[in-house]
Design a protein around this ligand. Structure first.
Ligand code: F3S
Length: 641
């Protein structure tokens, strides 16, 4: 059977399952990446697995998010990550080396490889033909331990590109065009595989812009074939040995097809506050711009910044438009320096920031109140910039540079002849010596933990029925923010579960943590859609630390339900939703945990003597995971068996 690129990679990495869309499949993972904001928990989880060395071909731990070290917590995290990397065999990329996805593309990504990363923009590496997927920290920890990665077999959408980009249109406008057409939900359960004659007109960094922001479509991932352009890129990066050709077979089938004629595209912008609110830049002409920020994992390659530097040559940005530039990597910075382009940026009045995520993750660079910020980034959610009432527009580097020079959006029709897309210099300076490669044998390395880094505890297995007390009776639509608040708390305490647990449900009931700690086992009772919102693992992990053994609800949000299972908490559903009224705070309940079977109801016995029927939608494996005390234990024990 002829195969498309996605099918080729999946079939060569398939551990179990069948490749029909919607089926659950397990994949062997070749590479992982973590970044500091999520990687600290992933590393704690990896350590808890008790494996002595990472089992992937390559795992890289990048520090690029929380690089402002304004207290002991972030630098302690970075030191912890460095020592874990050395001990267990990961490559470590210190703060300031660059943004994980840009660095991975330049230094480590490979055509045909599978990559999971604890960052949603991991699909960037799809630009050189990797099947690269964003995942939760626990999934990445398991992949590092050699466990397969489970996904739902996606539908494969062929995005057929014809013609080539002309004028001021750029790769960013390709993905903005798709976002405008399909919306931020348009890619769920799908891989966007690019094909057609237009592919050859795009360089690897341009392709990576498109696959990076495919994440905003909600896609499983996006991927380009590996062709002559890929070979050329890897050769210039001094990695010719990493190239393999990977193209779709003649006659390969796809589930859907979208056609784009590249010549038809013009400069586009995503308006506040969603990446799919796409309009033409021309339609925004006259809008004053207070800030321009160029960089992020979407648009910080050499070509991106060289094109900006070329536009800035001999010109000055408007003083009233604060212009920030973050190169994606030290390699990009060195190339700009060698080619004499850095001087254009310095002379333009723009501010040069560290090679890191920077303003994209709110590490500096917040816009003025009610300010218009024009960014080359991938997200413009309300408040993400650090200024609640700022208006953030997402655009290409060329559009951003023109906005900086004019102090406002202008019509691209007035910009004159468009510049050529810069090509990579013939000789590219290496930054290999900036990475810390692990020793062959890391057994003597001591992992250094600051006071804020606390090893994960091992939760008890379920080997008896559970006597528990109701800790809270909550309403419908409880979000993960209600359970575990976002913001400063979770950022600062993410690697300290005992400390973060003090904040569970604090917005609803300040005594929750104290009461939970005063008893052995707890139950949460809730209404419909319990745990909606983010995929935050701490919203299950922290309650489990406080002794929560079950949540009895009318219904559960999907991702949180999976997190409950992963951390050994029973998600039980009321058979008769009216029985919700039977529960009261402090009441004791007996859960017949040993009698539980997948999909079969059991009766809870309440202190009042009444019996309430609950059921579950657990598979046998999920039930085994909970009985083992969570997924980490389950994997650890099954390895011993
Ligand atoms: Fe960093 Fe922003 Fe990308 S936080 S990884 S530059 S989306």
């Amino acid at each position: 059977m002829p195969q498309n690129v996605t099918q080729k990679i999946i079939s060569s990495h398939l551990v179990s399952g069948n490749m029909s869309a919607g089926s659950e499949i397990e994949l062997r993972i070749d590479q992982t990446l973590t970044q500091d904001a999520t990687g600290t928990m992933a590393c704690l989880q990896f350590e808890a697995l008790g494996v002595d060395r990472v089992k992937t071909d390559l795992s890289v731990s990048y520090v690029d998010h929380n690089t402002l070290q304004m207290g002991f917590r972030n630098p302690d995290d970075h030191r912890y990550l460095k020592t874990v990397a050395e001990k267990y065999g990961m490559v470590f990329s210190p703060a300031g080396t660059g943004i994980c996805h840009q660095l991975h593309l330049e230094n480590f990504g490979k055509p045909g490889a599978t990559l999971v990363g604890s960052d949603s923009h991991t699909p960037t590496a799809g630009g050189l033909g990797s099947l690269a997927m964003g995942a939760g920290g626990l999934s990445v920890a398991l992949a590092m331990a050699g466990e397969p990665y489970t996904i739902t077999m996606p539908k494969v959408v062929r995005v057929y590109l014809e013609g080539e980009l002309t004028g001021w249109a750029s790769a960013k406008d390709v993905i903005l065009h798709l976002l405008g057409k399909l919306t931020v939900k348009g890619g769920v359960g799908k891989v966007f595989e690019y094909a057609g004659p237009g592919v050859a007109s795009l360089s690897v960094p341009e392709r990576a812009v498109i696959t990076n922001m495919g994440a905003e479509l909600g896609a499983t991932t996006s991927i380009f074939p590996s062709d002559e352009n890929t070979r050329e890129f890897l050769t210039r990066m001094d990695r010719p040995q990493d190239w393999t050709e990977l193209v779709a077979d003649e006659g390969a089938a796809y589930d859907e097809e979208i056609r784009i004629t590249l010549n038809d595209l013009e400069p586009l912008a995503a308006k506040p506050h969603m990446p799919d609110q796409v309009v033409t830049v021309a339609s925004l002409a006259g809008t004053k711009v207070n800030q321009v920020a160029i960089g992020s994992c979407t648009n910080s390659s050499y070509a991106d910044l060289a094109s900006v530097a070329n536009l800035f040559a001999g010109k000055h940005v408007k003083f009233e438009t604060d212009t920030l530039i973050s190169p994606g990597s030290k390699q990009v910075l060195k190339m700009l320096t060698r080619e004499g382009l850095l001087e254009n940026i310095i002379d333009s009045g723009a501010r040069l920031l560290e090679c890191s995520c920077g303003p994209c993750i709110g590490m500096g660079g917040s816009p003025v109140s009610e300010g218009v910020s024009v960014r080359t980034f991938n997200r413009n959610f309300e408040g993400r910039s650090g200024t609640k009432d700022a208006q953030v527009y997402l655009v290409s580097p060329l559009t951003a540079a023109m906005a900086a020079l004019h102090g406002e959006f202008t019509d691209p029709a007035t910009w004159g002849k468009a510049p050529q897309v810069p090509v990579l210099p013939d000789t590219i300076p290496s930054i290999r010596d900036q990475f810390i490669f692990p020793p062959e044998d890391g057994s003597a390395v001591e992992v250094v933990r600051g006071p804020n880094i606390v090893p994960l505890e091992q939760f008890a297995a379920v080997d008896a029925d559970i006597e528990a007390n109701v800790l809270i009776v909550a309403e419908d639509n409880i979000t993960t923010d209600h359970i575990m608040p976002a913001g400063a708390v979770i950022t600062a305490l993410r690697s300290n579960v005992p400390a973060i647990s003090e904040h569970v449900f604090e917005r609803m009931d300040a005594s929750f943590a104290t009461r939970a700690k005063s008893i052995t086992n707890g139950i949460i009772v809730a209404g419909e859609n319990y745990g909606q919102g983010s995929s935050r693992e701490h919203a299950a992990l922290a309650p489990r630390h406080l002794g929560v053994r079950a949540v009895v609800a009318k219904s559960f949000a999907r991702i949180h339900r999976a997190n409950l299972v992963n951390f050994g908490i029973l998600p039980l559903m009321l058979v008769d939703k009216e029985a919700y009224a039977e529960f009261a705070q402090e009441q004791s309940v007996t859960i017949p945990a040993l009698a539980l079977k997948p999909g079969e109801p059991v009766e809870l016995v309440l202190q009042t003597g009444s019996r309430v029927s609950v059921t579950n939608d657990l598979t046998q494996k999920e039930l085994d995971i909970i009985r083992a005390g969570g997924l980490l234990n389950y994997v650890r024990f099954s390895k011993r068996r």
